[in-house]
Every structure is written in C-alpha cells, then in structure tokens.
Design a protein around this ligand. Structure first.
Ligand code: C2E
Ligand code: MG
Ligand code: MG
Ligand code: MG
Length: 291
C-alpha cells in the first residue's frame, strides 16, 4: 500500500514529517497493545561506587521490540507515549516493574541495592506521581530510599508549582531524586537552585571526552565540586574506557556506570551477575571496615 502511494503523484506531497507522523501513529497503536499484553521489557545497568567497585544501584532502561519495527529507541517510545496519551500508563508500568524486580533482589539477599527509574518531566505536572510512587512502594514493600527517580531538565515544565510540589513530596517520602544528563539542558544552574534533588548525573558526552580534552576535565571537575558543595552524590554515565574511570576516580566522582564495567542486561542476567559478585555490604559493616 505504501508503495502505490509513493509511486503516484501523491509522493510529491508526502514529506518526511508525514512519514514520521504515520510511523508514530502506528507505534502508538502497537505500544498501547504492548502495554496491555506485557510485551515491554526493562533492562538494568549497574551503577558502581567508584572507590570500591561495589554495586550501589541499577538503572532501569526501557526496551521494546515490536515485531514490525525492530528495536525502538526508548526516547522515541517515550515521545510516542507522550504524544498519544500513554505517558502515565507507561510510567506506571516502568515504575511497578522496576520496584517488583528490586523487591525480588532484596529477597535474594541484595538488601542494600537501589533502583533508578527514569521519569519524563511531563509526568510531574498534574500531581499524580507522588501518589503513584507511594502506592507502588507499599505494594512492593521496598523502602522509599531504595528508589531513585531520574529526571532530565529538557523541558520548561519545571517552572510549574505543581511539579515542584510533587518533587518535594517525593523527597519527603524518602525517595531519591537525580538530575540526569546534567550539563546538557538549558538552565542547569537555576534547576540546581530550585529543585529538591539530591543526586546529579554527569552526561556521557562530558565523560567521553576525558581525559584528552582538558576542557572536559575542568568541566567534570567543576561539576563534581559543585555537587559536593551542595551535598549531592555524583554519578558519571557513559564510562567506556579504563581512562575515563581512572580520571573520574581521581576527580572524586562517587558513582559511575558504563560499557567499560557492564552493559544494560535483562533482569535474569543481572541476577546472575549480582550473584557472581561479592555481596554488597550493609552500610554499617562498611563503616566498620573503614575504621
Ligand atoms: P539515560 O537515562 O541518560 O540512560 C543512559 C543511556 O546511556 C542508556 O541508553 C544506556 O543504555 C546508555 N549507556 C550506558 N552506558 C553507556 C556507555 O558506556 N556508552 C554509551 N554510549 N551509552 C551508554 P538507552 O537505554 O538507549 O536510553 C536512552 C534514554 O532513554 C535514557 O537516557 C532515558 O532518558 C530514556 N529512557 C530509557 N528508559 C526510560 C524509561 O523507562 N522511562 C523514561 N521516561 N525514559 C527512559
Ligand atoms: Mg537515566
Ligand atoms: Mg543519563
Ligand atoms: Mg544520557
């Protein structure tokens, strides 16, 4: 059908925009079905404490491979969901799946493990999120401080009072909030001042220019100091080489993730990976060891 349209004069009027809109409309239909029949999947990537290389947390990353399209980039999935009224439902699915998985890992003995869940900023306006999170925590019986929500600064929605209120209630619950992809948004500094975030993630574009680009080194150093001065833990994403890891450690970065350590993997593989590693020590034992 697409071919006949294209070969006719209609092609003159078929722009890339139209094709993209059509693709996204079809994806939205498939996504709705996928949400209802559990065809989506989360992969998990470990986040390491850089001093000990113990696993502090895993970041949940959306994976979807509808039969007609191959793997769809998670950012496009989110966009489609937002454009077609599925964002709320998708967010709830991700949150619920990640928390249930973490509850299983806690039960398996990894009791200090946390899970990081990405949340699109649009979800914050409207005020339902804090309630959803509270219910999910209660249903899965994981402690609030085992959950970290990662938010990006890529929209202006942060200005709305209700988003700030939602963030504040989440912090009150004890949930961690990380500012993701830090340094790539528009007004990083005003966000740092206004938003009640307690963690900061340095975008991989900065990390990947380490250590050869002296400007990247200076920037990363400054971001780490800034975060520490504000009482925040810093995570570096996109650590692909030993060199990146070495410099980040030297600069005092707290946490890191990247292909150099491990790629995101399905839950079942992550369970094997966790079990193959020494158990994460409870914070108190660790403190004892340090003394
Ligand atoms: P992000 O939150 O910044 O996630 C990190 C991205 O970097 C992931 O891409 C991850 O697979 C990739 N990554 C990890 N280590 C390395 C590395 O060493 N090198 C490189 N080049 N990349 C690395 P992914 O999984 O394709 O996700 C892309 C983005 O989509 C995420 O960026 C996040 O913004 C969004 N996203 C993913 N899952 C979800 C979700 O469940 N909900 C929402 N709202 N957004 C999601
Ligand atoms: Mg993230
Ligand atoms: Mg990120
Ligand atoms: Mg990123």
């Amino acid at each position: 059908y697409a071919k006949t349209v294209k070969s006719g004069s209609a092609r003159l009027f078929t722009t890339d925009m139209d094709e993209q809109r059509l693709r996204r409309q079809r994806l939205a239909v498939a996504l709705k079905a996928a949400l209802e029949s559990d065809q989506l999947c989360l992969h998990y990537q470990p986040i390491f404490r850089l001093d000990s290389l113990e696993i502090e947390a895993v970041e949940a990353l959306l994976r979807w491979q509808p039969s007609d399209y191959g793997r769809v980039n998670p950012l496009e999935v989110i966009l489609v969901a937002e454009q077609h009224g599925l964002a709320q439902q998708l967010n709830e699915w991700v949150l619920n799946t990640a928390c249930r998985q973490l509850a299983y890992w806690h039960k398996e003995g990894f009791t200090q493990l946390k899970v990081n869940v990405n949340v699109s900023p649009n979800i914050f306006a409207g005020g339902r999120l804090a309630n959803t999170v509270e219910k999910t925590l209660a249903a899965t019986e994981i402690p609030a401080d085992s959950l970290v929500l990662e938010i990006t600064e890529d929209t202006s929605l942060w200005d709305t009072a209700s988003s700030l209120e939602t963030l504040a209630s989440l912090r009150e619950l004890g949930v961690g909030i990380a500012l993701d992809d830090f340094g790539t948004g528009y007004s990083s500094f005003s966000h740092l001042r206004q938003l009640p975030v307690n963690k900061l993630k340095i975008d991989k574009s900065f990390v990947q220019d380490l250590p050869t680009d002296p400007r990247a080194v200076s920037l990363v150093k400054t971001i780490i100091e800034l975060a520490h001065n504000l009482g925040m833990k810093v995570t570096a994403e996109g650590i692909e080489e030993e060199n990146h890891l070495r410099v980040l450690k030297q600069l005092g970065c707290d946490l890191g993730q990247g292909y150099h350590m491990t790629r995101p993997a399905a839950a079942i593989l992550m369970t094997q990976y966790l079990k193959a590693r020494p158990l994460i020590l409870p914070q108190t034992d660790q403190d004892n060891l340090m003394r």
